[in-house]
Design a binder for this molecule. Structure first.
Ligand SMILES: NC(=O)c1ccc[n+]([C@@H]2O[C@H](COP(=O)([O-])OP(=O)(O)OC[C@H]3O[C@@H](n4cnc5c(N)ncnc54)[C@H](O)[C@@H]3O)[C@@H](O)[C@H]2O)c1
Length: 213
């Protein structure tokens, strides 16, 4: 990856709580797919964990472009199904090798509320504090644990919203537009790379200035 050696493996977890996502035309989550493509283009071997079997389409695309990828169908609500890929288990392997990087995906809603979003914002605040505490615990081991925290991003979900809602979202982001999955993926890849070797326990805003207000 730019700015540092390529990670041998990237685990992708960009899961949104079930029921909160819409659109039937995507192959794996938009941000997850963009991250997988970006990581693979920079030399990482990528494992995509997703409940949706269409993650295999992203794998085919990456392989077609000469990259290395594998998809594993699993459900994060089922401990057995995610066992080998969960952060809890991955940390054991990273600990044994004395290095590794975990990047979770939080949200602007870790800091602010939004109507009809109580479980989501509670979960995203939890992700933010999980990486802070886990980052501290693992700092002496050579493992870095961070999160990327997007604002409103162009995805099938936001594309399908009423124009007035989209305008409100755009107006709340000082940069004056929604983000792209690729812009979020860039920060995830940075945090996963050795270019971020002094970054741990951090939650990086990728939100066009939303939480700076
Ligand atoms: N899109 C945005 O505006 C935005 C903003 C802030 C944060 N985020 C966060 O970014 C991440 C990715 O968002 P996205 O917009 O790409 O979402 P998306 O809905 O396109 O992708 C989510 C993926 O999670 C998978 N998934 C859902 N439930 C699962 C389960 N139980 N087990 C395994 N996989 C499951 C889905 O199949 C899908 O591929 C999410 O964590 C989301 O909360 C998104």
């Amino acid at each position: 990856m730019s700015g540092g050696p390529t990670p041998a493996l990237g685990w992708l977890w960009t899961v949104r709580p079930l029921g909160a996502h819409g659109g039937g035309d995507r192959a794996a989550g938009r941000i997850g797919a963009a991250t997988a493509r970006t990581l693979a283009a920079r030399g990482a071997a990528v494992v995509i964990g997703d409940v949706d079997p269409r993650a295999a389409d992203v794998v085919s695309e990456i392989e077609g472009a000469g990259g290395r990828a594998l998809s594993v169908r699993c459900d994060v609500t089922d401990e057995e199904s995610v066992a080998a890929l969960s952060m809890k288990h991955a940390l054991r392997h990273m600990d044994a090798q004395g290095s590794g990087a975990v990047v979770a995906v939080s949200s602007i809603l870790r800091l602010v509320g939004q109507t009809n979003s109580a479980p989501y914002s509670a979960a995203k605040a939890g992700v933010a504090n999980l990486v802070r505490s886990a980052g501290l615990e693992y700092a002496p081991t050579g493992i870095r644990i961070n999160a990327d925290a997007p604002g409103y991003v162009e995805t099938p979900l936001t594309a399908g919203l009423d124009e007035s809602v989209r305008s409100q979202m755009t107006a709340r982001q000082p940069i004056g537009r929604l983000g792209t999955p690729e812009e979020v993926a860039e920060v995830i890849c940075f945090l996963a790379s050795d270019a971020a070797s002094f970054v741990t326990g951090a939650v990086w805003s990728v939100d066009g200035g939303y939480v700076a207000q």
